[in-house]
Design a protein. Structure first.
Length: 639
C-alpha cells in the first residue's frame, strides 16, 4: 500500500533536487566562461560572442532582436529551441573576467544558421542591451525554465490533497492502491488495422481508469492512438491530448487535424509548428467574431477612459473575454498541449473525461500529474524500452525521477497494457534482435517490411569490428578521447565510418542513391563524435551531391526517425571494457531500430562484448549478416 502523502512529498523533493542541479549547472557554466574564456564559445547551450542584428515585432506583437554568431566548421547540435528561456551575458574584461548575466527575461523565437532571434520584454530592455553591447561583447546562454519546475511542484501538491471522488479513484489505481476496472463493450473492428492495434483500441475504450498502448519501434503507435482518440470521441464530447514536448504534441495534433478533428492547440505559439499556429488558442482568439469589439474596448481603456464609461467598458471586456474563451473550448473536440502547458491559466476549471498522453515513456512523472488533475481517466502511449526522460541530477535520477509513471503502471497493472506486435519499418533480421532482447520475442515484421533490402546482393546486418587495429591491440589505430566539453570522440573510427559509407555508396552506385532516394543516417551516442563526423563529411567533395541524403546526429536526436541505411559509430575503444552510458541499453534499442533496410555497426567488438548485450548483438549479426574483422592496417587513410 503506497502512502499518498509520502509518495508525493518524495516526488517534490526530487523535483527540487533537479531544479537545484539546473541552477547550479547554469551558475558553474557562467563562472567557467568568466574564468577561462580566451576565444569563441560554441557549445550546445551557449554562443559567444554574438552581435545584435535587426529588431522587429513577431505575429504575437512581441519585440524580437536577432543575435548573430559565427558557425564553427564542426558545428555542435544546438540545445536552443523556440520558446526556451535564454540569458544574455557579457564579460567584465575582454577575453576573461566575471561573466555578468543581463537582467532581461528573453525567450528563443527562432534558430537558423548563424542567427537566432529572441523575444524581449520591452523597448527599454532592447535599448539597455544595445547600450551594453557598445562597451562589451555579448554572449547568450540557455536559461533555467523555472516555470516548469513551479508547475510540477504545484501539481504534485494538488494531486496529493485533491479529494474529488473520481480523481481519488484514479490516483489510487495509478499508485497501486486499487485495481483498475474495465467495462464490457461490443467488439470493435477496424479492418485497416492489425489485430494488436484493434486490441489496443478495445482496451482503451473499455478502461475506466487507465490503459497503456505499448508501441515498440515501427509498430504504428501514432496510427493506433489517433484511431483510439477518434473512437473515444464517439462516446465523449471532448478529450485532452498531451505529450512531454511541443514537437510530439504538434505531431499527434496534425494527424488528428488531417482526420477532420477540430483541435484547439494551447501553449506558447513560439514553440508550435507553422501548421499548428492556425489552430492555436491565440490565433483562434484573434479570429473570433467578437474580438474586434474587444480590441476596441481595450484600446479605449488604454487611452484613458474614466468614470462610468470605464466601469461599463471593463464589464463588457470581462463579458467578451469569458464568451470568447468559452466558445473556443466548446467548439473543440480535442484540446492539445504539453503536459506543463495543461496548467496554463486559460485551462482553469477545465475538466476532461479522458486524457491521452503520447510519448509517456519520455515524460517526467511530476509533469504528468499536471494534466492528470484535469481528467477522470488516462491513456498512456509510448515505449519504456526506448529513451527515458532527461534528468540532469544524477542523484535525482538514481532516486527515481527518471522512472516514468508509464513504467510504474506497466509493472503494477500489466492487465492495462496492450503491446503492439506488428512492425512496419524494418527488415526482419534487423528487428529480430530488438524483439528478442526487449519485447520477449513477440514482434513480427509485416510482410511488406520483412525482406526489405537496399540491394538483393547485400545483407541487412554488418558489424565492422575494429578490434584488431584499435588502440586495445597495439599502440596505433583508433582510440577514444575526451573533448573539452566532456564528450567522447574516436577519430580513427570516425574516418572509418566515412570510408565505409563511401564504399557502400559506391557498391550501390550514387545514381541508385539519387534515383531511388535512398537515405542514410549516421548515429553515435556522443555529441563530440557527431561533430567530428559532420566535419569529415563536409571536407569530402565526394559527398557534396549526396549531402541531402545523409544526416548525422546523436541517438537522442534520432528518436522518432528512421532511415533506409543506418551507420552506428559506437566510439568506445579501451582495454578495460569501459562503455559508459552505452550501458543504458534503451539507447542502443533506439539506434539499431532506426534502420529500415540496412544496419552497419562500426566499433570495437572486443571492448563492447564484455557486456552481454553487445556480445549477443555481435553473435546475432554473425548468424544473420556479416561480421567484418579488419586486419591490422598500415593505417586507414583519410577518405
Amino acid at each position: 500500500m503506497t502512502n499518498t502523502g509520502t509518495y508525493f512529498s518524495r516526488l517534490r523533493e526530487l523535483v527540487a533536487m533537479e531544479l537545484r542541479e539546473e541552477q547550479e549547472s547554469y551558475r558553474r557554466s557562467l563562472e567557467a566562461k568568466g574564468a577561462s574564456l580566451t576565444g569563441a564559445i560554441h557549445e550546445p547551450a551557449c554562443r559567444y560572442p554574438i552581435h545584435l542584428g535587426n529588431n522587429a515585432y513577431n505575429p504575437m506583437g512581441q519585440l524580437t532582436v536577432e543575435l548573430r554568431y559565427e558557425i564553427e566548421e564542426d558545428e555542435v547540435e544546438l540545445e536552443f529551441e523556440p520558446g526556451k528561456p535564454a540569458t544574455l551575458f557579457y564579460l567584465q574584461e575582454a577575453g576573461g573576467g566575471t561573466a555578468v548575466p543581463l537582467q532581461h527575461q528573453c525567450y528563443v523565437e527562432a534558430v537558423g544558421d548563424g542567427v537566432m532571434s529572441v523575444s524581449l520584454p520591452s523597448k527599454a530592455a532592447l535599448q539597455s542591451i544595445r547600450d551594453i553591447a557598445e562597451r562589451h561583447l555579448l554572449g547568450v546562454q540557455l536559461g533555467v525554465d523555472n516555470t516548469s519546475f513551479r508547475v510540477m511542484q504545484e501539481s504534485l501538491s494538488a494531486a496529493e490533497h485533491k479529494e474529488d471522488e473520481r480523481f481519488v479513484r484514479l490516483r489510487d489505481v495509478l499508485l497501486g492502491n486499487a485495481k483498475p476496472s474495465f467495462r464490457s463493450l461490443p467488439r470493435l473492428s477496424f479492418p485497416w488495422l492489425n489485430a494488436s492495434q484493434n486490441d489496443a483500441i478495445q482496451r482503451v475504450v473499455e478502461a475506466q481508469e487507465v490503459s497503456i498502448v505499448h508501441g515498440p519501434p515501427g509498430t504504428g503507435k501514432t496510427t493506433t492512438l489517433v484511431e483510439a482518440i477518434i473512437e473515444t470521441l464517439e462516446r465523449e464530447t471532448q478529450v485532452l491530448v498531451c505529450a512531454p514536448s511541443n514537437a510530439a504534441v504538434d505531431w499527434i495534433s496534425e494527424q488528428l487535424m488531417r482526420r477532420g478533428v477540430n483541435v484547439l492547440r494551447v501553449g506558447n505559439p513560439l514553440r508550435m509548428s507553422d501548421e499548428m499556429l492556425e489552430c492555436s488558442y491565440e490565433r483562434r482568439y484573434a479570429s473570433h467574431p467578437d474580438y474586434h469589439e474587444l480590441w476596441n474596448i481595450r484600446r479605449t481603456l488604454a487611452q484613458g477612459a474614466k468614470g462610468e464609461q470605464a466601469h461599463r467598458l471593463r464589464n463588457r471586456q470581462t463579458e467578451l473575454e469569458i464568451k470568447i474563451n468559452a466558445d473556443l473550448f466548446n467548439e473543440a473536440r480535442v484540446v492539445s498541449s504539453t503536459l506543463i502547458g495543461s496548467a496554463y491559466r486559460i485551462m482553469d476549471r477545465r475538466r476532461f473525461s479522458t486524457l491521452f498522453i503520447d510519448e509517456a515513456a519520455q515524460a517526467l512523472e511530476p509533469a504528468c500529474w499536471a494534466a492528470i488533475l484535469r481528467a477522470d481517466r488516462v491513456v498512456m502511449s509510448g515505449d519504456h524500452q526506448q529513451l527515458p526522460p532527461t534528468v540532469k541530477s544524477i542523484e535525482a535520477a538514481h532516486d527515481g525521477l527518471a522512472d516514468t509513471l508509464m513504467q510504474k503502471v506497466v509493472g503494477l497493472h500489466p492487465q492495462c497494457v496492450t503491446l503492439l506486435t506488428v512492425q512496419y519499418r524494418m527488415n526482419e533480421d534487423i528487428m529480430a534482435f530488438s524483439s528478442r532482447w526487449f519485447y520477449h520475442g513477440l514482434l513480427k515484421a509485416a510482410p511488406e517490411a520483412a525482406h526489405r533490402q537496399v540491394s538483393p546482393l547485400d545483407t541487412p546486418l554488418t558489424w565492422i569490428d575494429t578490434s584488431e587495429f584499435s588502440g586495445t591491440a597495439g599502440d596505433s589505430g583508433p582510440s577514444e578521447a575526451r573533448t573539452r566539453t566532456g564528450s567522447l570522440t574516436n577519430a580513427q573510427e570516425a574516418r572509418l565510418v566515412i570510408h565505409s559509407l563511401r564504399d557502400y555508396i559506391e557498391m550501390l552506385s550514387p545514381q541508385k542513391i539519387e534515383s531511388e532516394r535512398v537515405d542514410f543516417g549516421i548515429i553515435t551516442p556522443y555529441r563530440g563524435q557527431a561533430r567530428l563526423i559532420r566535419r569529415l563529411l563536409r571536407m569530402q567533395h565526394y559527398f557534396r551531391r549526396l549531402r541531402r541524403h545523409i544526416s548525422v546526429g546523436t541517438v537522442d536526436g534520432f528518436q522518432g526517425q528512421e532511415r533506409d541505411v543506418i551507420v552506428i559509430s559506437l566510439v568506445r575503444d579501451n582495454a578495460d571494457g569501459q562503455i559508459g552510458f552505452l550501458r543504458d541499453l534503451r539507447r542502443m534499442n533506439v539506434a539499431i531500430t532506426r534502420a529500415r533496410m540496412k544496419l552497419i555497426i562500426v566499433g570495437n567488438a572486443e571492448t563492447l562484448s564484455r557486456h552481454r548485450f553487445y556480445r549477443a548483438l555481435a553473435e546475432h549479426i554473425r548468424r544473420h549478416g556479416e561480421m567484418i574483422t579488419l586486419p591490422p592496417p598500415e593505417e586507414i587513410q583519410n577518405p
